[in-house]
Design a protein around this ligand. Structure first.
Ligand code: BGC
Length: 353
């Protein structure tokens, strides 16, 4: 059975204490989560020789989590992950303006999104397993969003080496919601190495092309015969530097793939040949944003030594499509007071010999 222990992590600039919660399973796999931003600060999994390494990027200095403004490192991103064009949307003919924090657009919930908030932690235990629940109340008007939104994120580490993330939320006024986990993975365990040698497979026949501001155009493109085809295992570096308009716009991959099927199903696999580490992703979400760390700039020291340079981590963010609030053809992200938002994503680790 898995175990959960808590320790002091540090203090925010305002002196508020933040705790670290360590979940460990019977195989020795371990995840560390803090109640600031619901951030995963460490995730240790074995390679094919049984050697444990940390496979998510993180800061060497704990204060950097509070002060760096690199708000996406391992955090839960919301109220709306990804972009909203012109930072504007309407629900039932009423228009709302949210914070513009990427040019004219809104990204990742605004300047002080969920990734910068202190969450209330609750340890849940039964005879089978233990989980960490994190709660946050996002008040009406925060970053311009309507409605008091009560959010819960439940992290469970199973003895099958799966990290399960279950999101739920309710609101007292119609609002929009799109939550994701923004860990930067590097399965090599050496965070100064580029992730271009990782292999990826995605269960997606289509992706959403973007414009120069990374907002989806109105097209839905077939991945076939394009650098965006990950329908069978392909090295990420194989096509990433090709002279292709979409890769130039994203400075690499920074796009949303439209996942096949619905319900909780496999979204794909990330594999690292040298270490044998494999991560399978399952989700209830319609899309997955692959972001290959194209804006990582080596500003911070990593916990494994060296700097987080260009493409030393990649994100596989399960989510609804970018700018959904302004696209009637995309699955809706509106949450009404009589509804419950529920979403689940699982990152399951194994080794391939
Ligand atoms: C976005 C990137 C962005 C990164 C860090 C990703 O989800 O797609 O464009 O740079 O998050 O905020």
């Amino acid at each position: 059975m898995n175990k959960l222990i808590s320790e002091e992590f540090g203090k925010t600039a305002n002196g508020e204490p933040i705790n670290k919660y360590i979940l460990r399973n019977e195989n020795g796999m371990q995840v560390e989560i803090i109640n600031f931003g619901a951030i995963i600060t460490s995730l240790k999994v074995p390679d094919r020789d049984g050697k444990f390494d940390d496979v998510v990027l993180g800061f060497k200095n704990s204060e950097d989590y509070f002060n760096s403004n690199q708000y996406t490192y391992g955090a839960v991103v919301g109220r709306y992950a990804n972009r909203i064009a012109n930072a504007r949307f309407s629900i039932k003919c009423k228009e709302y303006q949210v914070t513009k924090n990427e040019g004219n657009n809104h990204i990742h919930g605004g300047k002080q999104g969920f990734s910068n908030k202190i969450w209330n932690a609750e340890i849940l235990e039964n005879s089978e397993s233990c989980s960490l629940a994190l709660h946050y109340l996002s008040e009406d008007g925060e970053e311009g969003y309507p409605g008091n939104l009560s959010v819960k994120v439940l992290y469970t580490l199973t003895d099958e080496n799966a990290l399960e993330i279950e999101y739920s939320a309710t609101t007292d006024q119609p609002t929009i919601i799109n939550l994701t986990q923004h860990s930067y993975f590097n399965l090599s365990g050496d965070h100064s190495q580029e992730i271009t040698d990782h292999q990826l497979q995605l269960n997606a026949d289509h992706y959403l092309p973007i414009d120069q501001h990374s907002i989806p155009t109105s097209e839905l493109s077939d991945v076939k015969e394009s650098p965006f085809d990950f329908s069978s295992m392909k090295e990420i570096g194989k096509d990433i530097n090709l002279d292709h308009k979409q890769l130039k716009l994203g400075k690499g991959y920074d796009h949303c793939w439209v996942l096949n099927g619905n319900g909780l199903r496999s979204a794909g696999n990330l594999f690292h040949q040298k270490t044998g580490r494999n991560m399978e992703i399952f989700t209830t979400e319609p899309g997955i944003q692959l972001y290959t760390g194209n804006f990582l700039d080596g500003k911070f020291e990593t916990k494994t030594g060296g700097k987080n340079n260009f493409r030393t981590g990649l994100c596989l963010e399960t989510q609804h499509f970018p700018d959904s609030p302004n696209r009637s053809s995309f699955p809706s992200t509106v949450l009404n007071p009589d509804e419950k938002y529920e979403s689940k994503t699982v990152y399951k680790f194994s080794v391939i010999y």
